[in-house]
Design a protein. Structure first.
Length: 155
């Protein structure tokens, strides 16, 4: 089966970057990226976000990989993590948190994109590369880091 491709490309800055992505942007995908936020913190940078199982069956081992690129578009590095929980029932959401451990990514990363990977109920591996540009909302120091980006509770 061919995988569908979309892209989220975001610029890294000295403050947090948050993107709200509507499910309609990725209507044909089983797993969709609902939101993501890059947090530039004193001791540890991280990306936090949420994915949704938009499909009709269970998705297992849901993994989120972020590829970072420099200002010339060259790959600087990748980081990944599993959604928690990594098994998501249809129409359910799961958060994720990806810690940025590479100094090269922190120093040279200018933009990043996501790849979502999972296994369907039949054991088939699937993936979606997020390729669609998104608008950015930024927050500076002192803004509420725990602000709820969800507009409803589907769980």
């Amino acid at each position: 089966m061919l995988s569908t491709s979309l892209m989220v490309s975001t610029f890294l800055e000295d403050f947090s970057v948050r993107a709200q992505i509507t499910p309609n942007d990725q209507t044909n995908d089983d797993i969709i990226l609902l939101s993501q936020r890059y947090n530039d913190e004193e001791f540890s940078d991280k990306i936090v976000g949420e994915v949704l199982n938009n499909g009709t069956s269970l998705a297992e081992f849901v993994e989120i990989t972020v590829s970072f690129y420099d200002s010339n578009g060259l790959l600087v590095g990748t980081e990944s993590s599993y959604a928690d929980p990594s098994t998501i029932e249809p129409n359910n959401k799961s958060p994720f948190e990806i810690f940025i451990s590479s100094d090269a990514i922190k120093e040279d990363g200018e933009k990043y994109e996501f790849t979502l990977q999972w296994r369907d109920i039949d054991g088939n591996d699937k993936s979606v590369r997020i390729l669609q540009d998104i608008s950015q909302a930024t927050t500076g120091a002192g803004d509420d880091e725990n602000e709820d980006d969800n507009q409803g509770d589907d769980n």
